[in-house]
Ligand binder design. Sequence first.
Ligand code: RIB
Ligand code: CA
Length: 313
Amino acid sequence: MAPRRILIDTDPGQDDAVALLTALASPELDVVAITTVAGNVPLPLTSRNARMMVELAGRTDVPVHAGCPRPMVRTLYTAEYVHGPSGIDGAELPEPTIPLAPGHAVDVLVDTVMAAEPGELTFCTLGPLTNVAMAIVKEPRIAGRLAGLVMMGGGFFEGGNVTPAAEFNIYVDPHAAHVVFTSGVPITMLPLDVTHKALTSDARIARFRSLGTRAGDAVAGMLDFFDRYDEEKYGTDGAPLHDPCVIAYLLEPSLFAGRRCHVDIEHHSETTMGMTLVDWWGVTKRDPNALVIDTVHADGYFELLVDRIGRLR
Ligand code: RIB
Ligand code: CA
């Protein structure tokens, strides 16, 4: 079976970094390009961090294109309080040597989709949806040409992680999320409702460290750092490993389950700004616009991640 062709839009972030390494280590996926967006940390850092992961994976064949430095309407809100000042604290890696690839991420997203056959490409988003929304505004036809968009973002029964109502990726750019969720692109949404069931633990992190490789050590170091904020916030032994759920879903969808729902994005009220209103019970009778995932086989998820990271040096 031919590898699935994907583009990954990301704001690394330790969890993004693990997702990138997993994708780059998986022969089932053809990572056509990586595009970076402002989110966890400002764009220069997310672009630095993505290039560091490409080099760590030995995949400098994959271009990294920088995208939007701020949300479509709101000012940028970042999360150094979670990820540290670099965005990937705990990684202990050298600065990247490869340059950014020429071309703005928004143009690359549009041009790549328009040059491909309909249904050939899948977008994977791990951060705020600014780049993808701007691409849809620039060339609305891409929504109908994509095989799908698989995204980490939102929350419903789990509420939010930035405000009681809003998860970070949607909160940062709710207007972009509104554009994407009303574009008609086939969406698979992996919200906090599923990622909060995929918790790291000392034992699970030790599995990465036991690989005895640079990649395994980098993942263990990043997760040790990344865990501390959510462990203190939620009082759990471990933190939700959000973004690799997107890649794991593509690799082994049988690890996940959910249902098709209509999802609205709050982009007016400051009180609930960025809320993903998931019509889980179908009470609005509105046509579903997303497959909303709420279940994961956590052991299988971490087995998959260890197996893939274990393929890197
Ligand atoms: O809410 C979790 C999401 O926000 C993850 O993508 C994390 O990397 C941050 O971007
Ligand atoms: Ca992210």
